[in-house]
Design a protein around this ligand. Structure first.
Ligand SMILES: C[S@@+](CC[C@H](N)C(=O)[O-])C[C@H]1O[C@@H](n2cnc3c(N)ncnc32)[C@H](O)[C@@H]1O
Ligand SMILES: [Zn+2]
Length: 175
């Protein structure tokens, strides 16, 4: 899977990743600030997201949810219209960021990205304030960055930014 807007070699490709499953890799040099692709999928509400993804019923945590606003979540799974952006993994030292513009989510390059480098952004799973230590262990990070914080969870002190949505009914969600 790859994409090309102008007939040139595609900007990226989806292939196996050392971080997790499949990931998205640059095929050409991507300049800082480039809007690389949109995070597409089905728009659902929070209740439907909870019905679809429940960590207590999954062998292993794995979701395609991205919070668009307080009422809307995008499910980027392939069977709900998800695209290549759904395969972008998390990194604690990201080279991309998610930007919400006009009710759409786009992945932008935070810095220049060389061909062959995996694209990644910081998922920043929301904290509950109740059981964060357990959540940090459950959502273990395998990004391999030197400054890996060991968890996909948002650091304790970080400004609010677009964030991936972890399953509300997770094992440690405190309900
Ligand atoms: C939308 S998928 C990303 C694509 C995924 N690699 C695949 O092949 O489907 C998101 C899931 O990938 C896994 N993941 C992504 N980044 C990770 C990381 N840095 N460490 C551990 N798991 C990660 C988690 O299971 C997360 O729920
Ligand atoms: Zn990490």
């Amino acid at each position: 899977m790859s994409a090309s807007k102008n007939g040139r070699e595609p900007l990226y490709v989806v292939r196996s990743s050392r971080i997790h499953g499949r990931g998205v890799f640059a095929l050409r040099y991507i300049r800082k600030g480039t809007r690389i692709l949109e995070y597409t999928g089905e728009r659902i509400d929070n209740d439907e997201a909870d019905r679809r993804y429940d960590d207590t019923k999954m062998k292993r945590h794995h979701t395609f949810l991205f919070t668009l606003d307080k009422d809307t979540v995008i499910d980027g799974a392939a069977n709900t219209g998800g695209g290549d952006a759904s395969f972008i993994n998390h990194s604690c030292d990201p080279n991309c960021e998610a930007v919400i513009t006009g009710k759409k989510i786009f992945i932008h390059a935070l810095r220049g990205i060389e061909p062959g480098v995996e694209l990644a952004y910081d998922y920043q799973y929301e904290r509950t304030g109740k059981n964060d230590a357990e959540l940090e262990k459950f959502y273990i990070c395998k990004c391999g960055a030197e400054n890996c914080r060991g968890s996909i969870m948002k650091p304790a002190k970080m400004a609010r930014r677009p964030s991936r949505r972890r399953p509300e009914k997770g094992r440690f969600a405190g309900r």
